[in-house]
Design a protein around this ligand. Structure first.
Ligand code: 5GP
Ligand code: ZN
Length: 114
């Protein structure tokens, strides 16, 4: 069975431009950035999508959100702001079935959802 690409990044078997890693999460640059800063934050454990979440995941999800400010500040996004996105399922354009939070910034964004 083919291994989940984000599990491979979290375990170090697949290279990525990692900006933060600890016991719970890994944050790394998106391979196809849509803005000057585009970082993905993932749980180190495999969670397929937001649909797989249940109340016993609140610690990991809360932690994923709680490290956003530090990473955003490191990337110089604290002055002009940034966007956090979690795509879920095909209609939202989820292409990797391992829960990930997009941290996007460095340019002006419209509210458009094409
Ligand atoms: P989604 O479309 O599922 O919300 O986001 C998946 C993101 O993962 C995409 O923005 C895509 O560019 C990124 N991505 C896919 N494969 C890789 C990879 O192997 N390495 C990195 N760093 N990013 C990836
Ligand atoms: Zn995975």
């Amino acid at each position: 069975m083919e291994e989940c690409i984000f599990c491979s990044i979290a375990s170090g078997r697949q290279p990525a431009r990692i900006v933060h890693q600890d016991d719970l999460v890994t944050a790394f640059w998106d391979i196809r950035p849509v803005a000057p800063t585009h970082i993905l934050i993932i749980p180190n454990i495999h969670i397929a999508s937001m649909l797989s979440l249940s109340p016993n995941h609140q610690d990991i999800l809360g932690y994923m959100l709680s490290i956003v400010p530090a990473i955003a500040c490191d990337q110089g996004l604290d002055k002009n702001g940034f966007r956090v996105v979690i795509n879920t399922g095909p209609d939202a354009g989820q292409t990797v079935d391992h829960l990930h939070l997009h941290l996007i910034g460095g340019r002006r964004m419209s509210f458009g959802f094409e």
